[in-house]
Design a protein around this ligand. Structure first.
Ligand code: ADP
Ligand code: MG
Length: 267
């Protein structure tokens, strides 16, 4: 807003490449406390469009809370959140329309899948499209079939989730999120509840998504995925980002003692 070139004349504004607007996600000064427990303090983060950010750090560091604040499943105490064209300044208040737009622009995948147990796989993927995007059932089902096929789950559509393996359930959850055409996908330890082999199938789907240009933020303990797929590595501890940058650089030469300790434990 302080850039005079953006505020004066009408008409298209041509931004130099690499301008902040190339970022798909921007977070500034995010803070969150639960009662007296300060869980996030002054978290700032940028994620470029089409890039993958991996987020690591010890349990309780605040990783899930960052993701949950990003799509406002959790209400931050303060901070600025921008996803694509939508932004929210928490201190200025959150309008319901704003909230809905921001939520829509971020797809979320949880460790525990969170599928609707009483609905078929197809309905799991279709219903949110009808509710959130106003698609007809036929339209939604068509999109669902296409996505389930892509996830290698064509023959599962009429099953109930509990008849599917953990890896299949997670891929259904990914299909469900993708069906809403999010601008960014947020993954919170998507493979932590899975056996390594099954987790690998899910990681492969995520790797494909990344190669197709999906912007992703992935909280994970899979250091190989972080090293091979992510463009940016974010290390959190005690509610703060203690290190952020090139994944290989950080893994081979961590600067912060807490990063060093964490990497020693997981690598
Ligand atoms: P991580 O994902 O890095 O393990 P979390 O973001 O889940 O960390 O949690 C960070 C801190 O916030 C922890 O101390 C946790 O107990 C606390 N916390 C998270 N969610 C809640 C909540 N809904 N109510 C109270 N405390 C919470
Ligand atoms: Mg967590």
């Amino acid at each position: 807003a302080s850039n005079p070139a953006l505020s004066t004349q009408a008409g298209p504004v041509i931004l130099p490449t690499g301008a902040p607007d190339a970022s798909m996600v921007r977070v500034r000064g995010l803070a969150k406390a639960f009662g007296t427990n300060v869980v996030l303090s002054d978290v700032s983060l940028g994620v470029e469009a089409g890039s993958v950010t991996a987020m690591i750090g010890p349990s309780g560091a605040g990783k899930s809370t960052v993701l949950r604040c990003l799509n406002l499943l959790e209400r931050p105490d303060s901070g600025l959140i921008q996803i694509g064209r939508h932004s929210i300044d928490v201190e200025k208040g959150i309008l319901p329309a704003n909230l809905a737009e921001l939520r829509r622009s971020a797809g979320m995948v949880f460790q525990s899948f969170n599928l609707f147990p009483h609905m078929s796989v197809l309905r799991n993927v279709s219903l949110p499209q009808q509710r959130v995007l106003g698609r007809s059932r036929a339209e939604a089902d068509e999109v669902s079939h296409r996505l389930l096929e892509r996830m290698g789950l064509r023959d599962k559509s009429s099953q109930y989730p509990n008849r599917c393996s953990g890896g299949q359930q997670q891929r259904i959850a990914i299909a469900r999120a993708l069906a809403l055409e999010p601008e960014v996908m947020l993954f919170d330890e998507p493979t932590s509840a899975l056996d390594p082999e099954v987790g690998a199938e899910v990681l492969e789907v995520m790797r494909e998504l990344a190669s197709e240009g999906m912007t992703m933020v992935v909280v994970t303990h899979e250091m190989r995925f972080a090293a091979n797929v992510s463009d940016q590595l974010v290390v959190m501890a005690d509610g703060q980002i203690i290190e952020c940058g090139d994944p290989h650089q950080i893994m081979s030469d961590p600067q912060h003692p807490r990063t060093q300790r964490f990497l020693k434990a997981v690598l």
